[in-house]
Design a protein around this ligand. Structure first.
Ligand code: RB5
Length: 143
């Protein structure tokens, strides 16, 4: 699988950890910044990741800020993008299974490294169930 990753300054410290974990699982990850822990605005990076995923069919994204809230809100403004703010393996599993999320969002100040690994595993190993969920997911775009 191909991933794009972007953070703000409050998510920057966990970016290297996530990249290494994704690579260790045999997947590709493209870093969209930032390149330092200097203060930046999360909307700039949330949009960057969402636009990359939107224009690269079949790819996925990971966005991280302090809480995961602002950067997921921004990613969801890009047409066709479903960014899920997750807190554990269960929410990451359901984000894929029921919501067909392409972007995993979380807060660096909220979850630890064990939970981050479990959310990435869940995201990697879970497929969209389709069926009754397809119509609902399509309605997100129209609502
Ligand atoms: C930055 O301090 C913080 O506001 C940001 O990372 C994020 O949590 C916003 O939703």
């Amino acid at each position: 699988m191909k991933f794009y990753i972007a953070t703000d300054h409050a998510g920057y410290a966990k970016k290297a950890f996530v990249k290494e974990y994704i690579l260790s699982k045999g997947h590709e990850i493209i870093d969209l910044g930032p390149d330092s822990a200097d203060r930046v605005d999360y909307p700039d990076y949330g949009r960057k990741c969402a636009e990359a995923v939107s224009s690269d069919k079949g790819s996925f994204g990971i966005v991280i800020c302090g809480t995961g809230i602002g950067i997921s809100m921004t990613a969801n403004k890009v047409s066709g993008i479903r960014a899920a703010l997750c807190h554990d393996a269960y929410t990451a599993t359901m984000a894929r299974a029921h919501n067909d999320a392409q972007i995993l969002a979380f807060g660096e100040r909220v979850v630890g490294e064990g939970v981050i690994e479990s959310m990435i595993d869940a995201f990697l190993n879970t497929s969209f169930e389709g069926g009754r969920h397809t119509g609902r997911v399509n309605k997100i775009e129209r609502s």
